[in-house]
Design a protein around this ligand. Structure first.
Ligand code: GLU
Length: 485
């Protein structure tokens, strides 16, 4: 198996949005395949028919594509080992189940949900590991036939042996599980749908998967799966169980920690390259710093170097990586990303070179691509409201003085240019005897409604003259009104 070409897979269940923990698993598999010149397979594990939906499948595929994690075989990219949807492979699982039945390695189980829950409760009360104690294993042939006659549909369970299960994990080293501790597990549900452990072993074998890279939450499944490999006479692949992503409280990352799906980060304006770079350094390190091109990441990636401890998700760090990518983007690529987000106001109102100049101006003050929307609303939208900090600035006495003077200076101008605005600011400085931040902050607060952002005089050139005067005029009027009362 060692010398066969690397084939790895990502096998998500389409029961929810793509969690960043799963996206990281997908990336590790993808990097491993690309590093070794192997193949990366996408397989959809949709045998849980109650929870799997076509919409979630679509969403998984779209999010993986957005991250640029492409697959060599899988849905919408057929290969030699398909179908790649488990729901289309049910006859395959049944034929292997038959083999196991013929060899007496599985048995039908008629226990009801209630009986199983009762057993579980009893074991827990005795402080014992909950597991199936094998009630139906000892059923006689006659008893089974009687149940059949009654029309009862059994599940099928695998007869777990007492032997120890051992394997060498590529990240965690030698692992050992005690067969005694594992109850006979279900391989086929009474509905005729396979259990995860059976389907995954058959598919990984038939799809010639050489390395199984997945989260450590699957470690105990690996023990059950190895029993099935042995029972079915399949050679073992190599296993690598990576750490899980944790929240800052070191609990498994979940919704209560904030955004957890790729889709949420996508909507919040993060760049796919930044997400991929962050996943590659989350819980492990790559030599030579934290920012790496994809090519570098592929060549530096070593599965053995992934950390064993939980990887604490640090949104601040992800934001930093994202900002680094945004600032480092080439002008052409930046324009390509931004164009779909530009408002018709800008696209219709400005020639292309002015749009480029606008993007150049705001880029140093952007943390994610949706910051662009904030700038566009400043530029072209009413109603307008100053945020808390800006309102604070505007309530100070010198703001009134500066803005009243500015309004008087700007009103007679038909249009704004770099030179006439330069003149206005010079005059304003002389009139008020103020300069720098002291002078510009009230103007920024009045016209943009926030206290940070791109260079003010340059930003004004992209704004509509009437809009600027309208915002200033309203403020000046409110100062006068307040004074009169
Ligand atoms: N469908 C399983 C999951 O999403 C796959 C686990 C595995 O990689 O074997 O957890």
């Amino acid at each position: 198996m060692q010398n066969s070409p690397v084939r790895v897979r990502f096998a998500p269940s389409p029961t929810g949005e793509l969690h960043i923990g799963n996206a990281r698993t997908a990336l590790y598999n993808w990097l491993f395949a690309r590093h070794h010149g192997g193949r990366f397979i996408l397989r959809i594990e949709d045998t849980d028919q109650e929870r799997s939906t076509a919409a979630f499948r679509r969403n998984l595929i779209d999010d993986l594509r957005w991250l640029n994690i492409d697959w060599d075989e899988g849905p919408e990219k057929e290969g030699d080992y398909g179908p790649y949807l488990q729901s289309e492979r049910l006859n395959i699982y049944h034929s292997y189940l038959q083999n196991l039945m013929d060899e007496g390695l599985v048995y039908p189980c008629y226990c009801t949900e209630e009986e199983l829950a009762e057993e579980r409760k009893r074991l827990l009360a005795m402080k014992k590991m909950p597991r199936y104690l094998g009630k139906c294993r000892a059923m006689t042939k006659d008893e089974r036939e009687e149940r059949e006659r009654q029309g009862e549909k059994p599940a099928y369970r695998f007869k777990v042996g007492r032997e120890k299960i051992e394997f060498n994990d590529m990240i965690r080293g030698p692992m050992q599980f005690d067969g005694e501790a594992i109850g006979d597990f279900i391989v086929m549900r009474s509905s005729g749908l396979p259990a995860y452990n059976l389907a995954v072993v058959i598919d990984d074998h038939l799809m010639k998967i050489t390395h199984i890279i997945r989260g450590e939450d699957h470690l105990s499944n690996t023990a059950s799966q190895l029993m099935l490999y042995n029972a079915l006479g399949f050679p073992h692949p190599r296993f690598c169980h990576h750490s899980l992503i944790l929240g800052t409280d070191r609990a498994k990352l979940s919704k209560r920690h904030g955004s957890v799906s790729v889709g949420e980060f996508r909507k919040r304006g993060f760049l796919p390259e930044a997400m991929v770079n962050y996943f590659a350094i989350l819980g492990s390190s790559l030599p030579g710093g934290e920012i790496h091109s994809l090519q570098e990441t592929i060549s530096l990636f070593r599965i053995e170097n992934l950390g064993r401890g939980g990887a604490v998700f640090d949104e601040g760090k992800l934001k930093w990586v994202n900002t680094t990518y945004l600032r480092g983007d080439t002008p052409a690529s930046f324009r390509r990303r931004m164009t779909p987000l530009l408002s018709p106001y800008l696209l219709g109102g400005l020639p292309p070179e002015r749009i480029d100049a606008f993007l150049d101006l705001i880029r140093p003050n952007m943390d994610n691509i949706h910051d662009l929307e904030r700038y566009m609303s400043l530029l072209a939208e009413e109603p307008f409201q100053a945020d808390h900090d800006a309102a604070q600035v505007l309530s100070q006495p010198q703001s009134r003085e500066i803005l009243t003077a500015l309004y008087q200076l700007l009103s007679p101008l038909d249009s704004f240019t770099l030179s006439n605005l330069g003149q206005v600011f010079k005059t304003l400085a002389a009139m008020t005897n103020m300069k720098g931040k002291e002078l510009y902050m009230p103007i920024r607060a009045a016209i943009t409604g926030i206290t940070y952002g791109s260079e003010m005089d340059k930003l004004l050139l992209f704004m509509d003259r009437d809009l600027i005067l309208k915002r200033l005029g309203k403020l000046v009027a409110s100062y006068t009104a307040n004074n009169d009362t």
